[in-house]
Design a binder for this molecule. Sequence first.
Ligand SMILES: *Cc1c(COP(=O)(O)O)cnc(C)c1O
Length: 391
Amino acid sequence: MSQDGQLSPLARAVRAGFDTDSQYGSVTPALYPSTNYRFAGIGEDKPAFDYSRSANPTRALLARTLADLEHGADATVTGSGMSAITATVEALVGPHGRVVAPADCYGGTWRLLDHLAARERIEVDFIDMSDLGRARAALSRPAELVLVETPSNPLMRITDIAATAELAHARGALLVADNTFCSPVLSNPLDLGADVVLHSTTKFINGHSDVVGGVVVSGTAGLGEQVQHWANALGLTGGAWDSWLTLRGLRTIDARVRVHEENTAAVVEQLADSDAVARVHYPGLPGHPGHALAARQQRGFGALLSFELAGGLDAVKAFSSDLRAIDLAESLGGTESLLAHPATMTHAGMTPQARAAAGITDSLLRLSVGIEPIADLRADLAAALERAARA
Ligand SMILES: *Cc1c(COP(=O)(O)O)cnc(C)c1O
């Protein structure tokens, strides 16, 4: 608690909705699955909630909690991270408007922007966003929206949010930060100059790999209204049950992220010490090109890392077979450790040329470190590294 007796946003998230049940005084908030709400009479004021695509009490509670955690004015909860990105682009980019996005952005985001550009809805340029010179050059022409994703997926490149926001604003563009990898525990991009923050809540926010969802948090009420309008018009808003589950997952985010990070530090050390590993990409390593910047703009280095095995694709296959504590699966940010092969899994939607340009080789593996006891992870990785070395 701060000196003025206010709870911190993370403490408020633990208790979100605790004072809302006036009927029974239930401690945790009720779930409102109803799709519709009664009107008092013809010509009388509309009820606060009328139809759940437009507004729902359970979704509104999750939205308020996430807006609070991201220090935003307003939030729209959507059915997925991709619908959060869709709502943002439709709301904030006009006809043929130009978007500048990272070449190594989330594979689904890359595909969406690429396909919208192919249909001439938008114009898009994919650049190395971690290189401020490239961003400056790209913004020598007008743009409407600049997207940053930091750390990036899967190479963990770090983008200077404050400096990129300044470049974007000088061109009249809005800066949108996909903060999925950091979660609000480690970073609040709105405080660094971003105009809008979005998340795939599927990842750390829900944190239990059992809900697909997204959120767009806006720095101003005006931007928030535009996003809400388009999310409703396009039918992208999230469901009540998913919102309720996501709120339950969210309550433990602070504790989860602390264990995720502790485990990740140990895993990074183990991988970096192995001869079977050619390179580890993790911003917590002093040799990582974005280390100092990440230390400055984040409150920790996160639970995602990628690494290149020395033995190529054969080593990748040997490493990934017969894992005990780690699953070979897409997604990230859940309580369980997940290993992904970006070239054939998460980033298979990119063209081979785009993958090569983004630096995603066939030897690259991405690890989302879970909250298992560290001894189990260490043993599983030791066996996997042995298999990779023999391959
Ligand atoms: C998963 C993810 C998305 C897409 O979210 P979905 O919930 O899968 O639609 C977008 N950005 C990042 C960084 C992600 O990890």
